[in-house]
Write a protein that binds this ligand. Structure first.
Ligand SMILES: C[S@@+](CC[C@H](N)C(=O)[O-])C[C@H]1O[C@@H](n2cnc3c(N)ncnc32)[C@H](O)[C@@H]1O
Length: 172
């Protein structure tokens, strides 16, 4: 997965002494461009890396945060319920905690907080309760199983039959 478009624009603007340092904790992120140092680690470790490289100031930061469509479209990450993949959802494989472990082991309150505070989901408690009920019967694993559990927390009239998972929030 090449880190390209933005990097090329910046590289074109650098003078001879300029340096571009990029961070992406996805080990698949790669660059064959010259004059770019790509570090496969968390942004949060940036300060330490710069310190170790004796860099005390930079001209600028460009933060392109979140996920890339390449990651969403890659079945191996288990991010999209378009594919029947394992409930993984880790981009940083060093994180050592998968969505499967969280969904199947976190307490009702911890799950509800994740959905409410990070997902801004009004039905956070209902979804967390349903997950806890479901996992008492069997482990929730393929991501479609989780998607179905979540969908069952919404009234049928709110579900667009063709693109049901993505349409729930919009109609709710
Ligand atoms: C929107 S994509 C940007 C992709 C990049 N600009 C390119 O052209 O390939 C966001 C990237 O941030 C990475 N990322 C998300 N959170 C991170 C973090 N805390 N530390 C390091 N990388 C992170 C993801 O792996 C993803 O590749």
């Amino acid at each position: 997965m090449e880190v390209v478009v933005t990097a090329k624009i910046i590289l074109n603007k650098l003078d001879i002494s300029g340096k571009l340092i990029a961070f992406d904790y996805d080990k698949k992120a790669a660059s064959t461009l010259p004059k770019i140092l790509l570090i496969n680690d968390n942004f949060s470790n940036m300060k330490n890396y710069l310190k170790n490289m004796n860099i005390s100031s930079v001209d600028g930061f460009l933060c392109d945060l979140g996920l890339s469509s390449l990651q969403i479209d890659n079945k191996d990450y288990g991010l999209s319920y378009r594919f029947d993949s394992l409930l993984d959802m880790q981009i940083n494989k060093n994180a050592r905690i998968s969505a499967k472990e969280i969904i199947n082991n976190y307490s009702f309150q911890e799950l509800a907080d994740i959905f409410y505070y990070y997902g801004e989901e009004r039905r956070a408690k209902r979804i967390a309760r349903k997950i806890c009920e479901q996992r008492r019967k069997e482990e929730i694993n393929p991501n479609k199983q989780l998607a179905n559990t979540v969908v069952s927390c919404f009234p049928r009239k709110n579900i667009n039959r063709r693109r049901w998972h993505t349409k729930i929030r919009e109609k709710n």
